[in-house]
Design a protein around this ligand. Sequence first.
Ligand code: BJ8
Length: 425
Amino acid sequence: MTTDYRKMWTDLGVDLKRHDTLLNALSLIYEEVYLSQKNRPKGMGFYDFVVGDIHGIRVQELRQHAINGSKVVATYCVFVPDEIILAADAIPVGLCAGTQFSVPLAEEVLPRNTCALIKSSFGFKLGRICPYVQTSHLIVGETTCDGKKKMFEILGEYHPIYIMEVPNKKTQLSRDLWMGEVTAFKQVIEKLSRNEVTVDKLAQAIKLVNDRRRALQRLYNTRKARPVPLSGKDALLVTQVAFYDDVARCIQQVNTLCDEVESRIASGDGVFPANAPRILISGSPMAIPNWKLHHILETAGAVVVCEESCTGTRYFSDLVPEDGGTVEEQLRNIAERYLQIHCACFTPNDERLDDIVRLVREYQVDGVVHYNLQFCHTYANEAVKVERILAKEGIPLLRIESDYSDEDVGQLRTRVDAFLEMIRR
Ligand code: BJ8
């Protein structure tokens, strides 16, 4: 990193000592996990730069927006509609919560038997480690799972917070409740930003966020090729960065990468041999810098071709219809689209099972790895149904439960090796 951002971080109240330790550790991990890969697309250079500058330029941009009077709205879940935030000239930023670094701090307050994603996000605020949190004017939480819901109550003692109630069913009653929540959220954001969400503004924002979804869909489509033109690790990183990058820049970078990757497909250039076992990972999201499972799989000779998760297909599948003629119609379109996210917080959630089977076929998958973060009860319990449907379809499955620490890496490698051996037979 060439620019010295220390003054900015200090002004934001970041604990520089802890922050230095985090950035040093991240740079070592990135080198080992990412820069060691061979034959990566040139377009990944942008993402190498972004990670190398992870708390630099983007934070500076957000801070400048804030100085100019815009509001920064931080989120943890794909249920919070970016469209509404953007339509009010505010900036959404998806917070990362994928590192073990902030977990011990969180455990001083929260129960240890809480999922790593919850502890990691809480620890970032508690330890004043993340400049994105520090820059934000409001954190928007949700009621998707009990652990998060109760953590947000405590997080509210440290930062302004607003909670959206996500229903647990997809009945008409639940749809009406969710429409009410989306409408109330618009009012909260209008009040925060002091900007009205108009039909024109919302139409522009819907189109912009859809364009990001289209770009990511395009990238994922390239992973259906054999041989695969980019690694699962690289594709995961592109999605992770999309959560906090400027939306227009994200669209442009992803499409540039797609141009290159599509020409690789045309010339038969791949990053793994054509016969490498093709893996679908399904389950809990992997927030940056949680690259553990992808790294284990891809250094064992497999290639991850798709993620059925909120840092994968659930983030960008389904567009918001762009033809709403009134704000109410647009909000209904937004509400309906977001209810198509098949998170395990819903009961029943059989659409997710259908998605997994469909993705296995579309991406020519040889085996599924079901991933759930330790202490995440919704995904752990839903794995029972995933196991049944995949057994019925004759698709091999490996169930992994893990956290952000390195303690189980050896054991995971052994299990992954055995699974790949079984697939190859
Ligand atoms: S829409 S998956 S991003 S809630 S892993 S904190 S569920 S105990 S992250 Fe998620 Fe939204 Fe659903 Fe997606 Fe709780 Fe489970 Fe932890 Fe989780």
